[in-house]
Design a protein around this ligand. Structure first.
Ligand code: NAD
Ligand code: IPM
Ligand code: K
Ligand code: MN
Length: 370
């Protein structure tokens, strides 16, 4: 019996998570385990009614679960950032889920928009750092006469750009990216360990040619970790070029390790080369704590309640959850049943089909039950 916390969230989140739960229950029947779901009412509706995002009591309770199954967060009635930072990032940070694992794999039966590339060419994993970088939430927006907190910003603007920083018209905002040696080390070790179980190649992504303090540290730690894994071939890339290589030569990649923000950006690109956001799963992993599995896409509010959202990314994230729980065979079985469903043509309209969200979940579950 596995206890799993379930948070549907906003927009299409609850609809797609229902399909994921349905499939994991079917996998349990097939492979001989039970999941005991606990639903948590966390998201925009509750926030709009009560002003509550996620409480300390809820975080404490959820920290007793090995895993969270998550839909998505974000609502057009709430200012951008409130729910995203107050719920999603709050959980990633509170549970110290320092790895954001995002497989980029073209499933059999899906056409990549990259001409001539098949499943053998598009099969790599992005290991995105998930607790540092520009996501730490240190920043400010101010007029100099109100607040003179950051001398370095003041000097830059007055000396370099010749602006009158005492004037109220000069509004300034800044955001700080923070990396730590230990934060880099642990996510890189995870990436190299993963590569040792795959094709033994790791590519690092950074922008050390410009942001040389943070990503200079990133590179230095990368070379140390690399030294501990002599059997793994490595490559250093810059983020701008890596977006080009993802499109031109995806077959070059095996494991890609990236800082938080670049990882966010390059994985939406990765999702497109594997057939679209409706197909891209992710796991926020703390190898010794509570981990959270979700599609990498958001709440796609324009599709809310229409039953047209593709649940495959979420179902596949459920397979990552099973793998994390140690149910490796069941995890593989779920991915095979997803491919079977695609083969049977039971797909939503983003993939050119006419199936509804629930038809896809029903079909994957039926294939699992056999
Ligand atoms: P989004 O990922 O929600 O959607 C972008 C587009 O991708 C959609 O309009 C739709 O065309 C397509 N799409 C996404 N998921 C799909 C699915 N399952 N099936 C079919 N098509 C799908 O990104 P957005 O529009 O930039 O953001 C909407 C909200 O989601 C925002 O509030 C944002 O902050 C939030 N968000 C949350 C997460 C998360 O929960 N992890 C991730 C990204 C964005
Ligand atoms: C994602 C999302 C989140 C991120 C947002 C909603 C905080 O884009 O999961 O990719 O930037 O990590
Ligand atoms: K999501
Ligand atoms: Mn994103």
């Amino acid at each position: 019996m596995y206890r799993v916390a379930a948070i549907g969230g906003d927009g299409i989140g609850p609809e797609i998570l229902d399909e994921g739960k349905k499939v994991l229950d079917a996998a349990g029947e097939r492979y001989g385990f039970d999941i005991d779901w606990t639903d948590f009412d966390i998201g925009a509706e509750r926030y709009l009614e009560t002003g509550v995002l996620v409480t300390e009591e809820e975080l404490k309770e959820i920290s007793g679960y090995p895993a969270i199954y998550f839909g998505s967060i974000g609502d057009e009635r709430v200012k951008p950032g409130i729910l995203e930072k107050g719920i999603l990032l709050k959980m990633r940070f509170s549970f110290d889920e320092y790895v954001n694992l995002r497989p980029i794999r073209l499933l059999h039966g899906i056409q990549s928009p990259l001409v001539g590339k098949g499943p053998e060419d598009i099969d790599f994993v992005v290991v995105r750092e998930n607790t540092e970088d520009f996501y730490v939430g240190i920043g400010s927006r101010f007029r100099q006469s109100e607040k003179k907190e950051l001398e370095v910003v003041r000097d830059l603007y007055s000396v370099k750009f010749g602006l009158d920083v005492e004037s109220d018209a000069e509004e300034i905002a800044y955001q700080i990216g923070v990396l730590s040696r230990e934060g880099c080390r642990r996510v890189m070790e995870y990436a190299f360990d993963l590569a040792e179980r795959r094709q033994r190649r790791v590519a690092s992504v950074d922008k050390a040619n410009v942001l040389s303090d943070v990503y200079g540290l990133w590179r230095e730690v990368f070379s140390e970790v690399e030294g501990r894994h002599p059997g793994v071939a490595t490559e250093l890339t810059f983020v701008d070029a890596v977006t080009m290589w993802f499109v031109k030569n995806p077959e070059w990649f095996d494991v890609v390790v990236t800082p938080n923000m670049f990882g966010d950006i390059v994985t939406d690109l990765g999702a497109m080369i594997q057939g679209g956001l409706g197909l891209a799963p992710g796991g926020n992993i703390n190898p010794t704590g509570t981990s959270m599995f979700e599609p990498i896409h958001g709440s796609a509010p324009k599709y809310r309640g229409l039953g047209v959202a593709n649940p495959i990314a979420t179902i596949w994230a459920g397979a990552l959850l099973l793998d994390y729980l140690g149910e490796h065979e069941a995890a593989e079985g779920v991915v095979e049943a997803i491919e079977g469903t695609i083969r049977d043509g039971v797909v939503t309209r983003d993939l050119g089909g006419a199936a509804k969200t629930a038809d896809v979940g029903d079909h994957v579950a039926a294939l699992l039950r056999g």
